[in-house]
Design a binder for this molecule. Sequence first.
Ligand code: C2E
Ligand code: MG
Ligand code: MG
Ligand code: MG
Length: 283
Amino acid sequence: KAKQAGRNCYAVYDPRMQKSIEERMQVEKGLRIALEQNQFGIFYQPKVDASGRVVGAEGLVRWSHPEHGFISPSVFIPVAEETGLIHLIGEWIMEAIAGDLVRWQDMKIEPFGDIAINISAWQFGRADFIEKTLAGIRLNNIRVEQLSIEVTETAILGDMGTTRVKLNQLRNAGISVMLDDFGTGYSSLAYLKDLPLDGFKIDRTFVEGLGDAQAEPLVRSMLSIGKHMRLKVVAEGVESKEQFDKLKAMGCKLFQGYLFAKPMPVDEFLMWVKNNLEEHRYE
Ligand code: C2E
Ligand code: MG
Ligand code: MG
Ligand code: MG
């Protein structure tokens, strides 16, 4: 037993681990300051149809650190989740996106589709998540068609029954729910079978692999599943014309990726939308 404890002790003082704990504490401290000093922002990346016309967008959080510059959400979201700060940050994100939607209404921006918000495991798992989300929507007078939610498979790893109830509440309120990063989790198919979803997003890694003998039939199968289940399918991470053409030939109808546009600050995004709608006006 002592030996085991000794091993555990050693593990705790592993210098590599020490570094990552320190790093995490640094990030945590930084995140608290970021909330206080308003260092977060939302970028928008368009979703398009097969003709390239905008059909909506995804809001992606950005952290611009005064010293370290831009820090990727894939670095700080996990830390925010571990430390519980995700709730405060998630609320900030929700309010920021709601604020933009309200401003766009006031500016009489022509409607161009829904804005998707990413929801992480811990946010979704919280008992009051649905209530708070719906209250926020009502408070801001947002039309439910303007908003959708992207959940990752890890976000719904909890109890299936509870998850189903929550998803149904969202959908009954008119908010569509997409399963994000489809195909990368452990139970993608089980989720499709058991959960009320509007669709899924084929993970970028599969789109990257188009042309591989292994990835290509998987993408084809995912599109086929979507079709037979009458689900919306978005291909994410489309970077080349070749990938776009291949996906279209396979029956994919919704796309997102650098080929069309990178995530952009709100003003740039609105300009992009305006130009895009102009280009597609007579189609
Ligand atoms: P995600 O939801 O799957 O978002 C797609 C990610 O792929 C984004 O990275 C986007 O910038 C990037 N991307 C889009 N098109 C392309 C492409 O053509 N090529 C390549 N190489 N990348 C592309 P980002 O913004 O760094 O976000 C990473 C992840 O962090 C997101 O993955 C999402 O899981 C999480 N995240 C981002 N914003 C939020 C947020 O507001 N709340 C929560 N809870 N998570 C967020
Ligand atoms: Mg997403
Ligand atoms: Mg995704
Ligand atoms: Mg992804």
